[in-house]
Write a protein that binds this ligand. Structure first.
Ligand code: ADP
Ligand code: MG
Length: 363
């Protein structure tokens, strides 16, 4: 196991990159702590696989360094990095049995027969494939093939890091949640550093202690699931995490106060001095409620999602979503929306530009 450091990493697939738009990774500086459970979350094309392949050595970055426990491995090939990588689609040997597939990474390292047998049976037990051990891999369903592929990634206990690149893509939805919690459990048991790549917020938030959110080749925020939910550092994180995502509303700043559609909105605390650029107010639907006063809005849609209602209302040409309990308003009704002040933040050019009130500033 090792701490993994990425230093000034940049990567372009072009021979002569010019502007930042030619880079699949723009500038990445990151520490992955030894034993951590990480998720790398972002939409398709944001550079997740590029980053993983640089860590595993399948790809040499255009610029920057990768360090394992302080040692530069940037130029080392994958087989000398002591890592395990599980890909989106199963990588197994069809002609071998399931047992031999699982044993292969250990045999390859010259592990003794007794240890191999113990590890293979342990992993098979965890993944619930014990009854298939003697079958040939060729006959397995895609689900089971991918489970074996994951097992091959987990069977060694001496790797620096286990990386999963969207491993549940081919897995049946009802099996997905099961494997997801299984992976979490596995991490707690083996304590290896794990990096789990996905574009699915639910997968990321259930697996990881720390989530690294990427957009357009850049890391926009690193945080615990709670931190990402409560204080998105960027409106992208606000949109991407949550269901529905954070409301982001056009705003104006005057004398340190924020106005939406001419009406002042109470904030979590002071706006950073010197804030300029495109100003927006961010508040999650969970913190929008109905009241007797507040922002006047027209209800456009009401969805009953079981335990609560989600409404979409329109005010000043903007859509505002709210998650509500109790009696739902009617479509077409005029309502007054209130934002919980301590959960209402200001963003400038996408980045957070307000700070929570301290006792001093509130006094
Ligand atoms: P993700 O895994 O987040 O979907 P990728 O790392 O695969 O994203 O891709 C990041 C960007 O790099 C995308 O714009 C993609 O088109 C480009 N890219 C990925 N692989 C290659 C490649 N082998 N050659 C050229 N461009 C690539
Ligand atoms: Mg990918």
């Amino acid at each position: 196991m090792a701490k993994i450091t990425l230093k000034n990493l940049r990567h372009s697939y072009m021979p002569n990159p010019k502007g930042p738009e030619d880079y699949a990774l723009k500038e990445v500086d990151l520490d992955w702590q030894d034993g951590g459970a990480y998720a790398l979350l972002g939409p398709s094309g944001c550079g997740k696989s590029t980053l993983l392949n640089i860590i595993s050595g399948l790809l040499v970055p255009s610029e920057g360094q990768i360090l394992f426990d302080g040692q530069d491995v940037t130029q080392l090939p994958p087989d000398q990095r002591n890592i395990a990588q599980v890909f989106q689609f199963p990588v197994i040997y069809d002609t071998m049995t399931v047992y031999d597939n699982l044993a292969f990474p250990l045999k390859n390292r010259g592990v003794d027969q007794a240890t191999i047998d113990r590890r293979v049976r342990e992993i098979a037990e965890m993944l619930e494939v014990t009854d298939m051990l003697n079958r040939r891999a060729a006959g397995l369903s895609p689900d089971n093939k991918q489970k074996i592929s994951m097992g091959r990634g987990l069977v060694r206990d001496d790797v620096n890091v286990v990386m999963f690149d969207e491993p549940l893509t081919v897995i049946d939805p009802h099996l997905k949640w099961k494997l997801r919690s299984k992976l979490k459990e596995l991490h707690q048991r083996v304590k290896a550093t794990m990096i789990y790549v996905t574009h699915d917020q639910t997968e990321a938030l259930t697996f990881a202690d720390k989530v690294v959110v990427m957009q357009l080749g850049e890391v926009v925020q690193i945080g615990t699931p709670v931190e990402l939910f409560e204080r998105p550092a960027h409106t992208f994180v606000g949109h991407f995490i949550g269901s529905p995502g954070m409301n982001v509303l056009p705003a104006e700043l005057r004398d340190g106060a924020a106005y939406f559609h001419g009406q002042q909105v109470a904030l979590e605390g002071p706006v950073n001095p010197g804030t300029t650029g495109k100003v927006e107010i961010g508040v999650r639907p969970e913190f929008v409620s109905l009241g007797d006063s507040g922002i006047e809005a027209t209800v456009r849609r009401v969805s009953d999602v079981g335990r609560h209602y989600v409404i979409d209302a329109e005010a000043g040409g903007s859509k505002i979503s709210a998650i509500l309990n109790g009696t739902a308003p009617m479509v077409g009704e005029t309502v007054h929306l209130q934002f919980r002040a301590d959960q209402t933040r200001v963003y400038a050019d996408g980045w957070i530009a307000s700070t929570p009130a301290t006792e001093e500033s509130a006094a």
